[in-house]
Structure formats: C-alpha cells, structure tokens
Design a protein. Structure first.
Length: 134
C-alpha cells in the first residue's frame, strides 16, 4: 500500500494554498513589523500626564501624578491620583498607554483626565463610593 493517502494529499495542498495566500499579507506587514511598535495615544507608557483641576458637569475632578504607583509602586510605575468630588477614582494605565478606571474598565481612554470625565458621565450624578480592598 502506498504511503500517501487522499487525506494527506489534500492536507498538503491546503497547506500550500494557505501559505501562498498569506505571503502577500506578510510581505505587506514586514516594513511595519521592522519599524517596531506604533506610538501610543498618550505618548510613552512611562510618561506622567499633566495635572488637572476642573468642574465637569457639576462635579469637581482633579488629577495629579503621585509617588505610590499601582499596588505599592512596583514595576517602575510612578502612579497617578484622580479625585471626583474629593473621593479617589482608581485609575491605571494599560500597556498600550491608554487609561481605564474602575467605573469605565472596558472603555480605555487616552488620559487620566479623560478617564475622570468618562466616570462622571457614567455616574450620572451618583456619588463615587470609595473602592474597598482587602
């Protein structure tokens, strides 16, 4: 009996066709891959955004760099504090430079200022309840 079966022959043909179809896509992506990662929307991931203090939709929002960092300042993060009417809104920076808060966790924004504004919109006038951690 021959060593090649119809299943193996069809598998080999399908693999060759897939490779041929992927070649132009990979060739087009090669310059972008060689250039490195694209710049983030808020600049460098290690850059602290500027402080802010304003009244937005009737709520006072404030933000400034802080020394503590996320979970005690490990991994070289300098930290950032955001307050809504004096209550702390927990924010964190993603690896791509975007920011999220506990209120808008699945909607990344380009800065802590934008995160504070998005949280005010989401709260719809409700008070910010402090985050309790164990």
């Amino acid at each position: 009996m021959s060593g090649i079966t119809r299943r193996r022959a069809l598998g080999t043909v399908a693999a060759a066709a897939g490779t041929a179809a992927a070649a132009p896509v990979l060739a087009a992506a090669a310059p972008a891959l060689a250039a490195g990662p694209a710049p983030t929307r808020s600049g460098s991931a290690g850059h602290d955004p500027a402080s802010f203090d304003e009244v937005y939709r009737g709520r006072r929002i404030q933000g400034h760099p802080s020394g503590g960092g996320h979970h005690g300042g490990h991994a070289g993060h300098s930290g950032y504090t955001v307050l809504i009417d004096g209550e702390e809104l927990h924010v964190m920076q993603n690896a791509d430079g975007t920011w999220i808060s506990v209120i808008t966790h699945y909607d990344p924004v380009p800065s802590p200022h934008a995160a504070a504004r998005a949280a005010v919109v989401e709260l719809q006038g409700s008070p910010l309840v402090p985050l309790v951690t164990a």
